[in-house]
Design a protein around this ligand. Structure first.
Ligand code: NAD
Length: 477
């Protein structure tokens, strides 16, 4: 039986926070409460941030780059050693299919390995200033940074904030979503076992409005690195502005999947369902607006629908399962409301959208053909397994409609014409695009959004810039 952590992780150990409310965690595959976690409260937030600042000042800030590298590699090893436990925990907590959960834990380990190597490859520059003398820059850690993460990819997103922040020499206060605190707590434990000094990584489960707000407004927090909804991102930016705190925000999306008539149709139709329905559609990069050139519209819809039918929606414990339940009954109800709104407006739900199984937050993937441009299902982030498909006639119309969205996170273009692919990629307002595939996230490359999808970039060497202050030093001749 998997043993789950049940308390905040502060100063290298689990600490009781009994005065605060407990968070009951429900397994969305069977609707049963499987454990309870003690939520941190304002008192724990203050203790944890003060201690993180002390740990940073007294040890971590001045630790050698080589030692930082060693510790980050040791964390990666710790993750790999406990991959089955971490994957099973994630699966039970949020209904993630076990094979996806294993992949995501492995991705977390790879992120720590990447930033372990990056420690000694990221630095300042020398500048030939006008007056002569010697001018150079330093990339310095900020102090204590907050990482606030969502529930859809809990472990990789926590890793892609914590690893570069530690690599750059900061201490981190990590706040997981209240629905998904467990693997974040285990990461704290693994980091401590790997030799990270106590206090350098604090993990505080708790509600967004109480714990999240208290973290963001604490005077010793220098930066808030947030991934979550655009609504909460905007609130965090507002709160952070009072202390002129740095923010990076990875927010919502309503990404396009663009299929031209000259594309490899078999491949595009076979892979496109995964780009919108994987993780049961709970993916900020989900390509939920599918634009198909008019002359292949019917053929694409037919092929896309039959590939969708093949997706295995089942118990997340089975290796064969591709889509597990949604994260909660509440999330499923919210998605069902969107599907109902399309039906009420007379749109055609050509496939799916029905509940399956008596227990659990399962939902069959849904396909809505030819919604209107002003429909909620076309404009808003649904965050569930709902694909909308519309035909387009020409590139001009396509670009106008693609960019007619407050979001700009991700997207795909399917065509055999490379010039056209490049032309479209240049014009689409989006932080991440892929051609003839669906890959949005690469550990080594920047990830983030345009417009209301966010500010700043995670991953790659670019993320390190976001966890440092740039200092200029001039020495006279
Ligand atoms: P959410 O915005 O509700 O919560 C995200 C985190 O913020 C959680 O830890 C939550 O507890 C915390 N929070 C909530 N209120 C807060 C407050 N007032 N102050 C501080 N923290 C607060 O998002 P969610 O429901 O967990 O995740 C789904 C959303 O995340 C979707 O919109 C999705 O697109 C987005 N997302 C974006 C990316 C990306 O990289 N762009 C990746 C994954 C998810």
């Amino acid at each position: 039986m998997t043993k789950f952590p049940i308390q905040p992780f502060i100063n290298g150990e689990y600490r009781s926070a009994t005065k605060e409310r407990r968070i009951s965690l429900v397994n969305p595959a069977n609707d049963e409460v499987f454990t309870e976690v003690e939520s941190a409260g304002p008192a724990e937030v203050n203790v944890a941030i003060d201690a993180a600042h002390n740990a940073w000042e007294q040890s971590w800030r001045d630790i050698s780059p080589g030692k930082r590298t060693e510790i980050l590699f040791a964390i990666a090893r710790g993750i790999r050693t406990r991959i089955e436990e971490l994957a099973a925990t994630e699966m039970t907590n949020i209904g993630k299919p076990i094979s996806d959960a294993r992949d995501e834990i492995g991705l977390g380990a790879r992120i720590f390995e990447y930033y372990a190597g990056a420690v000694t490859k990221f630095g300042g520059e020398t500048i030939p200033v006008w007056r002569g003398g010697f001018d150079f820059t330093l990339r310095q850690p900020m102090g204590v940074v907050a990482a606030i993460v969502p529930w859809n990819f809990p472990f990789p997103i926590a890793s892609w904030k914590v690893a570069p922040a530690l690599a750059a020499g900061n201490a981190v206060v990590l706040k997981p979503a209240s629905l998904s605190p467990l693997t974040a707590l285990l990461l704290g434990e693994i980091a401590a076992e790997a030799g990270l000094p106590p206090g350098v990584l604090q993990v505080l489960p708790g509600s967004g409005s109480k714990v999240g707000d208290a973290i963001v407004t604490h005077p010793l927090i220098r930066k808030v690195s947030f991934t979550g909804s655009t609504e909460i991102g905007s609130r965090i930016m507002e709160l952070a502005s009072r202390g002129i705190k740095r923010v990076s925000l990875e927010l919502g999306g309503k990404s396009p999947n663009i299929v031209f008539a000259d594309a490899d149709l078999e491949k595009a139709a076979a892979q496109s369902p995964g780009s919108v329905f994987a993780n049961t559609g709970q993916d900020c990069c989900a390509r939920t607006r599918i634009f198909v050139e008019k002359k292949i519209f019917n053929e694409f819809v037919e092929r896309f629908t039959s590939a969708t039918r093949e997706l295995v929606v089942d118990d997340p414990r089975k290796d064969s399962t591709q889509l597990g339940p949604m994260v909660s009954q509440g999330q499923r109800a919210s998605v069902e409301e969107y599907i109902q709104s399309a039906r009420t407006s007379g749109r055609k739900v050509s496939y799916g959208g029905e509940r399956i199984f008596d227990r659990g937050a399962y939902l069959q993937p849904a396909i809505i053909c030819e919604p209107e441009l002003h429909d909620k299902v076309w404009r808003e982030e649904i965050f569930g397994p709902v694909a909308c498909i519309r035909p387009f006639e020409n590139e001009e119309q396509l670009i106008h409609e693609v960019n007619d969205s407050p979001y700009g996170l991700s997207g795909s273009v399917w065509t055999k014409d490379l010039s056209r692919a490049l032309r479209i990629c240049r014009k689409v307002e989006s932080g991440v695009l892929s051609v003839n595939c669906n890959n949005s996230v690469h550990v080594e490359a920047p990830f983030g959004g345009f417009k209301m999808s966010g500010i700043g970039r995670d991953l790659g060497m670019h993320a390190l810039e976001g966890y440092t202050e740039l200092k200029n030093i001039y020495i006279a001749d």
